[in-house]
Unconditional design. Structure first.
Length: 399
C-alpha cells in the first residue's frame, strides 16, 4: 500500500511539474537597449496594460540568455519646489523693564497679503555675546503672543543670528525680550524670512486616441470605447463640433455636464470628464450622452489620458532585452531586492528604452530567434518518461 501511494505521488508530481513548466506568456516585446547609464527603464504601453492582470504580476524582463532581470515599478519623478521670500523690518520701539531689554519691530514696507514667515534673522555689530531671547508676535503692536524662546550668539567667530520657527507664523510685528543685556546688544537690521520646500510628483502621462463605436439607444448616445482595460485613467475627452450642453456619464461611474457653445464668435467648451485614476476592468468602456428630445451630436474622436508605469532595471551589458507578459497563472507580483534602493536609482537617473511590440503575437516560444520549440519538446519528453516509469512500476507491483 505504501508503495502504491509513493508511486501515485511520484506520477502526480511529474504531471504537475510538466503543467507548471508549460505555463508561458502570451506576448513578448523587444526592448531596444540604448544609452550608457547603469540603469534602464522601459515604459509600458496601452497594449501591455490591456493584456496583463490588474496587479501586474505577469510581467517579466528577460535578457538574451533567457535569464530573468530584476526590476521595480515606477510611475513618477519627484522634484522639489523651493519658495523664498524676505521682508525687511524696522525698529519702532525699545525700552527696559525689570532688567529686560525690549526691541519692537514691524514691516518696513506694508503688504496687503499675509506675511508668512518661517524664521527671523538679525544682523549686529556686537561680538562676544550669547543671549537667551524670548520672541513675541503681534498683529497690531498692542496684543502680544509668545512665539518661542531661543539663543542668539556671536562668539569667537561662531554665530547664530537666526531663529527658526516651529511652524509658519503670520505676525506683522515682532518683539525681542532679552534678559540682563549688559553688553547692550543691538541689531543693525532685522528681516523676516520665508523658506518652504514642497515635494512635487510629476506622474508619467500618455495620451491615446482609441477606437470607438457609436450607437443610438432611444434618446441616449452610447459610445463604446475600446482598448482601455487596466489603464489608470486621468480623464477622457469627447471630440465634436456640434453645439450642445448635455449630461454625460462614463462607465456609469463618472458624471459631468459637457458643452460646446458659441456666442458672438467666441467658443466655450468643456468636453473632458476627470476620472481620478479610475481603472476599467472590461475590454470596452461606455460613454453615455443624454440627448433628451434633441438630435444626437456628431462624435469626431475620443481622447484618453492615463498614468503610465515604467519598469526600471540594471543593465547587465547583455545586449537587448525582452518584455514578456500575459500569463493568467501568475498571481503574485514580483518582489526584487532592487526595489529596496530605488530612491538612489531614481536620483542617479536612467536611460529610457522603447518597446517593439507585435500586437498579433501569441507567444509560446522563447524570445530567441530560434524557431524550435524546446519547451514543447521538453514537456513531451517528461510526459513520456512519466508514462514509462508508471508502466514499469505497475509491472513490478503485480509481480
Amino acid at each position: 500500500m505504501k508503495i502504491k501511494v509513493t508511486v501515485s505521488f511520484a506520477v502526480l508530481f511529474l504531471f504537475c511539474f510538466t503543467y507548471i513548466y508549460a505555463a508561458d506568456f502570451k506576448y513578448s516585446a523587444g526592448i531596444v537597449n540604448e544609452g550608457d547609464k547603469k540603469y534602464k527603464a522601459v515604459r509600458l504601453t496601452a497594449h501591455v496594460y490591456n493584456n496583463i492582470s490588474e496587479n501586474m504580476s505577469d510581467l517579466a524582463i528577460l535578457d538574451k540568455q533567457n535569464e530573468q532581470v530584476p526590476y521595480f515599478i515606477n510611475s513618477f519623478i519627484e522634484s522639489e519646489i523651493e519658495t523664498k521670500r524676505a521682508y525687511e523690518l524696522k525698529q519702532i520701539n525699545s525700552f527696559i523693564k525689570d532688567d529686560y531689554y525690549y526691541y519692537d519691530y514691524t514691516l518696513k514696507t506694508p503688504v496687503t497679503e499675509d506675511v508668512a514667515a518661517t524664521s527671523i534673522g538679525v544682523h549686529t555689530g556686537n561680538t562676544g555675546f550669547a543671549k537667551k531671547v524670548e520672541l513675541l508676535g503681534s498683529y497690531d503692536n498692542i496684543n502680544w503672543e509668545k512665539v518661542q524662546e531661543d539663543t542668539l550668539y556671536n562668539v569667537d567667530g561662531s554665530s547664530r543670528l537666526e531663529i527658526s520657527f516651529d511652524g509658519t507664523k503670520k505676525y506683522t510685528c515682532y518683539r525681542f525680550r532679552i534678559f540682563n543685556n549688559l553688553e547692550k546688544v543691538e541689531f543693525t537690521s532685522v528681516s523676516l524670512n520665508y523658506n518652504n520646500v514642497i515635494q512635487k510628483r510629476d506622474y508619467f502621462i500618455e495620451t491615446i486616441s482609441p477606437e470607438y463605436a457609436v450607437e443610438e439607444q432611444g434618446n441616449v448616445t452610447v459610445v463604446r470605447v475600446k482598448g482601455l482595460k487596466n489603464l489608470r485613467l486621468n480623464n477622457i475627452t469627447v471630440k465634436t463640433d456640434s453645439i450642445f450642453k448635455r449630461n454625460v456619464t462614463f462607465n456609469n461611474a463618472a458624471y459631468k455636464m459637457l458643452y460646446y457653445l458659441e456666442f458672438k464668435n467666441i467658443r466655450y467648451k468643456d468636453l473632458t470628464i476627470p476620472l481620478d485614476f479610475q481603472r476599467v476592468e472590461a475590454d470596452d468602456a461606455e460613454i453615455k450622452i443624454e440627448n433628451n428630445d434633441d438630435k444626437p451630436i456628431k462624435i469626431t474622436g475620443i481622447e484618453v489620458e492615463y498614468t503610465v508605469y515604467e519598469l526600471v532595471f540594471e543593465d547587465s551589458k547583455a545586449g537587448g532585452y525582452f518584455l514578456k507578459y500575459g500569463n493568467e497563472e501568475l498571481k503574485t507580483p514580483k518582489s526584487y531586492d532592487i526595489s529596496n534602493y530605488k530612491e538612489q536609482i531614481l536620483n542617479e537617473g536612467y536611460d529610457k528604452l522603447n518597446l517593439t511590440i507585435n500586437k498579433t503575437q501569441n507567444s509560446s516560444v522563447s524570445p530567441k530567434t530560434s524557431t524550435v520549440n524546446y519547451k514543447l519538446i521538453f514537456n513531451i519528453t517528461i510526459l513520456m518518461v512519466a508514462v514509462i516509469m508508471g508502466v514499469i512500476i505497475l509491472k513490478k507491483l503485480k509481480k
